[in-house]
Design a protein around this ligand. Structure first.
Ligand code: NAD
Ligand code: UFG
Length: 335
């Protein structure tokens, strides 16, 4: 198939472009490069042997999106493009709602007009909010507790309404847990701008000497070692999950929701130790106060994706850290 990947120059998008190409699909990318570099796509081409077609365009510009569809016979869309920093979304809610909602609405309107009614959407475990018990199941009531998470929830609602109104739509809502790691080649990986918000990119920058030490946000949670537990998923497993979801929905109209996670929690200190082992060095850290909004522990119930997609994670936290470290060591300043 010919797949349009929005946000394809970004972290998860670039790994997914590679997985799609390796599965035999043709790929067209739209990205405005607000949080990425076109170098990622050059390197994906180097790994796959086939360049993806790249359009630098902003989804909030509907005519630019339409022009891309006019130029290519697109069969399906994987929609990654969006802003994703929780803290920034609290400070700049209008910017987040505008980018993530208007961008998605433009995309869906163009798709509908042009008869492309197959979409895989990047949702997030953050939609489960604060009130659900772990492990999280797709059928639970959702309710995010920050503007970023609410944009994900709202797009899920829009897509569910669309699927209910028009039975031709094939829609997958993928709720990612915590993606980390990099392609094992060390050529592509996560390249955060400024101070990393997320744990593993921060640890990696300490390991490579760009930052002095890791601040562990809270050591007094009611968890086995006092630090928060999350469900880390290797980005290549996550990318392959998109290919599996796309295969499943093709020819099967409906609205599907799948958790993409390992089903297992790891603590901040466990991840730190795994990274130390991968990098072969001590990583200085200090336990500080809790970060506002953090939940003590959550992980996926990953059984639906296994049952429906025959997909499950295959890579361990050790492999995530080894691959993340190879990328960081070979590209100390990112792209
Ligand atoms: P990323 O920032 O690396 O990738 C997002 C890409 O979208 C970037 O390349 C950015 O330039 C592009 N983009 C943003 N707004 C755009 C717009 N208006 N028009 C065109 N391009 C635009 O982030 P990522 O980690 O690869 O995340 C991909 C998706 O997965 C996002 O929707 C994110 O919210 C979601 N997600 C990520 C995580 C995570 O921890 N990384 C977890 C759950 C869900
Ligand atoms: N942490 C630290 N120090 C840091 C960074 C993080 O101790 O410098 C801790 C956090 O307190 C948390 C854990 O490491 O306990 C993981 O934090 P991340 O920021 O890496 O990940 P979150 O679980 O907070 O959130 C991530 C994404 C969200 C997404 C969510 C889905 O940032 O966008 O996973 O599960 F929605």
């Amino acid at each position: 198939m010919r797949i349009l990947v929005t946000g394809g120059a970004g972290y998860i998008g670039s790994h997914t472009v590679l997985s799609l190409q390796q599965a035999g699909h043709e790929v067209v990318v739209i990205d405005n490069l607000v949080n990425s570099s076109a170098e990622s796509l050059r390197r994906v081409a180097e790994l796959s042997g086939t360049p993806a077609v790249f359009h630098r365009a902003d989804l909030v510009d509907e005519s630019a999106v339409d022009a891309v569809f006019a130029g290519h016979a697109i069969d399906a869309v994987i929609h990654f493009a969006g802003l994703k920093a929780v803290g920034e979304s609290v400070r700049e809610p209008l910017h987040y709602y505008y980018n993530n909602l208007v961008g998605t609405l433009n995309l869906l309107r163009v798709m509908d007009r042009r008869g492309v009614r197959s979409i895989v959407f990047s949702s997030s475990a953050t939609v489960y909010g604060e009130h659900n018990p772990v492990p999280y199941l797709e059928k639970m009531e959702i309710g995010a507790n920050n503007p970023y998470g609410r944009t994900k929830e709202q797009v899920e609602d829009i897509l569910a309404d669309l699927g209910a109104a028009d039975s031709r739509w094939q829609i997958a809502l993928l709720r990612y847990f915590n993606p980390v790691g990099a392609h094992p080649s060390g050529r592509i990986g996560e390249d955060p701008q400024g101070v990393p918000n997320n744990l593993v990119p921060f640890i990696a920058q300490v390991a490579v000497g760009r930052r002095e030490k890791l601040m562990v946000f809270g050591g007094d949670y009611d968890t086995p070692d006092g630090t928060c537990q999350r469900d880390y998923i290797h980005v290549v497993d996550l990318a392959d999950g998109h290919v599996a979801a796309l295969d499943h929905i093709t020819g099967r109209p409906g609205v599907y929701r799948w958790n993409l996670g390992s089903g297992k929690g790891s603590s901040v200190l466990e991840v730190l130790r795994a990274f130390e082992k991968a990098a072969g060095k001590r990583i200085p850290y200090e336990i500080t106060g809790r970060r506002s909004g953090d939940l003590p522990a959550f992980w996926a119930d990953a059984s639906s994706a296994l049952a429906d997609l025959s997909w499950s994670t295959t890579r361990t936290v050790d492999q995530m850290c080894e691959d993340h470290w190879r990328w960081q060591k070979n590209n100390p300043q990112g792209y």
